[in-house]
Design a protein around this ligand. Structure first.
Ligand code: MLT
Length: 398
């Protein structure tokens, strides 16, 4: 008799963003004609720049000709793209070989799947608040012990290495949800911790292109000693607007060694996982990805990032003017709003939706320490962002 994976019962009823969509839909149905202003999910809204469109079209056209048609590609990704990403790391003064880079259909699936190459009894550390995928994927895989690293106003929303010995440490910088960015010394503390305890850091750098402050690291591999203890996951989603196109990558350095493994073995393990369970990223998406990495592509993508960061600045300054306390949004597309006393995150979410018709993301959906906060995303259209702020100013009752 088949039985379900009972670990699903340990998860919250709905994935956070599905719950938000559900509540928003109910409100819309009860209030037809009311315009909803969405600053909730971090979903890109701006069209892809011309160079990227050209790349994607090129990928489509290749499929129309028997001489250039391709079916399955390498599960690890198109070598041209792996090489182009390796060159990108060189610009950060980081040496990552193309064979250490695995192209995927995005950072979310990679960050959910990566736990599968580690032992079931691994102890996992995550920040609190945290991107829910890291926790849920480990719960589903029956990883029993999760250690939370508190991120509060007191520590600038930056975690410290766990006090106890853990096996896996998830870090996300720039951070989803708080918008905080780890400095080199803060990352170094984790690298030292991981090397000392033979732990592995899973570093999610999906928002690194939003870093404006040049002193802040964009990759964990900018920290000495990290290649022996860190896996990095990244994505074209927020960088190049590929949220719907789907393209990402994961770096598993050859130097990464676990207890009882030799150099290259962990890399080979991820290769085994990917070749078994993944048929490679879309060839069209990968052609698009190649143009993202071209000079013109990068310049055009930067303009879109500047647009979103312009939104972040507007949200930040307007809300501060209204008397709110706001964090993040300076080197990240997320803002972390401290909720006025007397409201829970979901309570304030409902108030904002009902009074101002604005959708945010309740901080408590990201963990216990997110209670009392609301995340706002800067990925909207500028006019909607402005409308949302006007509506908060005009309609939100104290
Ligand atoms: C978010 O809003 O946190 C992100 O859009 C979710 C994601 O990238 O999967």
């Amino acid at each position: 008799m088949a039985t379900i994976n009972k670990n699903f019962k340990k998860l919250a009823g709905n994935y956070l963003f599905s719950e938000i969509a559900k509540r928003t839909k109910v409100f819309s149905e009860e209030n037809p004609g009311v315009e909803i202003l969405r600053l909730g999910i971090g979903n890109t809204t701006q069209p892809l720049p011309p160079t990227i469109i050209k790349g994607l079209l090129h990928g489509v056209k290749k499929l129309a000709d028997v001489k250039t048609y391709t079916g399955y590609g390498d599960e690890q990704g198109d070598m041209r793209l792996r090489e182009a990403l390796s060159d990108r790391y060189k610009k950060l003064a980081v040496d990552i070989e193309p064979l250490e880079i695995f192209i995927s259909d995005g950072a979310k699936p990679d960050s959910a799947n990566i736990q599968s190459i580690f032992a079931a009894d691994s102890v996992v550390a995550v920040a609190d608040p945290v991107y829910p995928v890291y926790v849920d994927s480990n719960i589903l895989a029956d990883k029993k012990k999760i250690v939370y690293m508190p991120c509060t106003q007191g520590n600038g929303f930056i975690p410290s290495p766990p006090k106890t010995k853990v096996d896996l440490v998830y870090l996300c910088s720039p951070n989803n949800p708080t918008g905080a960015v780890m400095r080199r010394a803060q990352l170094k503390a984790f690298v030292d911790y991981a090397n000392k305890f033979k732990a592995v850091i899973i570093f999610d750098a999906a928002y690194c292109e939003y870093i404006y402050d040049k002193s802040l690291p964009k990759s964990i591999y900018q920290i000495a000693g990290s290649q022996s203890c860190a896996i990095e996951i990244n994505s074209f989603s927020k960088w190049a607007g590929f949220t719907g196109v789907r393209l990402g990558w994961t770096v598993v350095p050859t130097d990464l060694v676990l207890d009882g493994t030799k150099k290259g073995e962990v890399n080979a393990l991820w290769n085994r996982r990917q070749t078994t369970m993944f048929n490679g990223a879309s060839n069209i998406a990968q052609e698009g990805g190649l143009t993202v990495l071209s000079k013109n592509g990068q310049r055009e993508c930067q303009k879109v990032i500047d647009y979103y960061m312009g939104n972040a600045r507007i949200i930040r300054t307007s809300l501060i003017k209204m008397g709110f306390e706001v964090f993040g949004g300076e080197n990240a597309p997320y803002l972390w709003l401290k909720i006025p006393h007397g409201f829970t995150s979901w309570g304030f979410f409902d108030k904002l939706l009902h009074q101002a018709h604005v959708v945010g993301t309740p901080g408590s959906g990201f963990g216990q320490n997110g209670e009392g906060y609301l995340r706002l995303s800067a990925f909207g259209h500028r006019e909607n962002i402005k409308k949302a702020l006007n509506s908060i100013k005009k309609n939100l009752k104290p």
